[in-house]
Ligand binder design. Structure first.
Ligand code: GRF
Length: 207
């Protein structure tokens, strides 16, 4: 069974969705470790409730990227936990090539928009301000850009006339919790191939 390591900075609801799916067998993987770049992040307590080791690691600097030393420390802690796949779940840092090369093609992120629309911070606010009628969420492979890797799965969510950033975010979040497990089920099955930017599912033959 594959082991997933989770990196998260805050609230931890997507991490909890994966922890819960793994605990119930909906996700055929074990969560080996949860790491955070923020002291006392709620996600660390959530992981503890699921009996999963969780700890803060010093990011080395206040925002943006981790320092090279910190990237190395995050990669080592993941490796020590037997990590095959990395899930970014609200991890507010950009990862560099050395980290990504430690887990080639094995790092996923979830983002609260239909990429390539509205990458970066405050995606839901960007969607409301732009006036789109359909928002949503995306799970994608992580490359060294911002929310720019090949798309694994997307789910549309309507934008309603009375929506605020908060109400739209809450509706998208419900979809995120389902989509992350769905996307991991696909990649863990191995029944996909990446062709350029396209992630294509491979039909399983039974004979
Ligand atoms: C989610 O909206 C996720 O898509 C984005 O950051 C938020 C994290 O929320 N990358 P949570 O910590 O998983 O509750």
């Amino acid at each position: 069974m594959s082991t997933i390591g989770i990196l998260a900075s805050g609230r931890g609801s997507n991490a909890e969705a994966l922890l819960s799916a793994a605990a119930s067998g909906r996700l055929p993987a074990r969560i080996g470790v949860v790491l955070s770049d923020r002291v006392g992040a709620p996600v660390l307590g959530i992981a503890g409730r699921y009996g999963v080791p969780a700890r803060y690691l010093d990011p080395g600097r206040p925002g943006g990227r981790l320092t090279p030393g910190a990237e190395g420390a995050f990669a080592s802690a993941l490796r020590d936990a037997g990590t095959d796949w990395v899930a970014l779940a609200g991890f507010m840092r950009i990862l560099g090539k050395p980290f990504l090369e430690a887990f080639p093609g094995r790092v996923l992120n979830i983002h609260p928009s239909l990429l390539p629309s509205f990458p970066g911070l405050h995606a839901q606010r960007q969607a409301i301000e732009y006036g789109v009628k359909v928002a949503g969420c995306t799970v994608h492979f992580v490359d060294d850009g911002v929310d720019s890797g090949p798309v694994v799965a997307q789910r549309p969510v309507p934008v309603l006339d009375h929506d605020t950033e908060e109400t739209l975010s809450a509706r998208i979040l419900e979809a995120e919790h389902e989509l992350y497990t769905e996307a991991f089920r696909l990649v863990l099955s191995g029944a996909y191939r990446v062709s350029g930017r396209r992630v294509l599912s491979i039909l399983q033959r039974t004979s």
